[in-house]
Design a protein around this ligand. Structure first.
Ligand SMILES: Nc1ncnc2c1ncn2[C@@H]1O[C@H](COP(=O)(O)OP(=O)(O)OP(=O)(O)O)[C@@H](O)[C@H]1O
Length: 255
């Protein structure tokens, strides 16, 4: 078997830098995330985690360095073009349509991800397949019984689950989740972790998360970002035992 394709990281950053005006926020990040890995990016407030997501997903252009997705440089690619390389991203702030039903939100997610690429879903005869796919996804999200409810009337945790559904609707191989359990209760967080584990099975997951129980429960590898620099990138046990990480971050949060 050729190892060429398997060895290509899902996402790779080489010497990535980003400045806003005179301030350098991302300061020479090197990171290779293999396919199939669940990877968490942690670090203090303002370390640059969300900025890193914005660079990977193409929302911001890098100031220098290189980013590849599935081996392809993303320089000069718009976010939707990077999305077409198989990378899908959720946002810290919920991005659902509150006045549409839960079902319609998921249908839209499916339409956006497939519709503009090929007109498969647009054909009238395919509406049934589209609806069935939406219902299957709602089942995975455990939102079937909320199918016809206006999305804005869901609980906060349900809205975040719906948002994850919209993020994965297109079948992306690389999923970026920005603080997926922020603002959730303990039991809501447990359900969210189970959902994230299920939907990321066999895929590459990159998440920014402040809840250390989520991070250490889900991640195969953890990268610690401090002031725009990677101070460690390792397996959870090694991160927990890393003195520099303890001093810079974990000492201040419950790990
Ligand atoms: N568009 C922008 N213009 C100017 N400065 C920005 C911009 N986006 C982020 N920053 C700055 O970059 C720094 C890093 O912000 P970022 O949101 O990436 O940190 P973070 O690690 O995600 O923080 P948190 O954990 O609080 O979400 C902050 O000082 C922020 O003010």
């Amino acid at each position: 078997m050729s190892t060429g394709v398997a060895a290509t990281p899902a996402v790779e950053l080489r010497e990535v830098r980003k400045s806003f005006g005179p301030t350098e926020i991302i300061r020479g990040v090197n990171l290779a995330i293999p396919r199939g890995e669940r990877h968490a990016i942690i670090g203090p407030n303002g370390a640059g985690k969300t900025t890193l997501f914005n660079l990977i997903s193409g929302r911001f252009a890098i100031s220098s360095g290189a980013i590849t997705v599935n081996g392809r440089s993303t320089a000069d690619l718009a976010p939707q073009e990077i999305n077409r390389l198989g990378l899908s991203r959720s946002f810290q702030i919920t991005s659902i349509f509150p006045r549409m039903s839960v079902f319609e939100n998921i249908r839209c997610g499916l339409l956006w991800s497939h519709g503009y690429r090929y007109s498969f879903w647009r054909l009238l005869g395919q509406q049934k397949a589209l609806n069935e796919a939406a219902d299957r996804l709602l089942e995975r999200l455990k939102l079937s019984d909320r199918r016809n409810v206006q999305a804005g009337l869901l609980s906060y945790a349900e809205q975040r689950a719906l948002e994850i559904g919209i993020t994965i609707a297109g079948g992306a191989e690389i999923i970026l989740l920005d603080e997926p359990t922020a603002g959730m209760s303990h039991s809501e967080t447990e359900s969210a972790v189970a959902l994230i584990r299920a939907v990321s099975e066999g895929k590459t997951l990159i998440m920014v998360e402040h809840d250390m129980s989520v991070v250490f429960g889900l991640a195969d590898r953890i990268t610690v970002l401090v002031y725009g620099e990677v101070i460690a990138s390792d397996a959870p046990a090694a991160i927990r035992g890393n003195t520099a990480v303890q001093e810079a971050y974990l000492g201040t949060v419950a790990a």
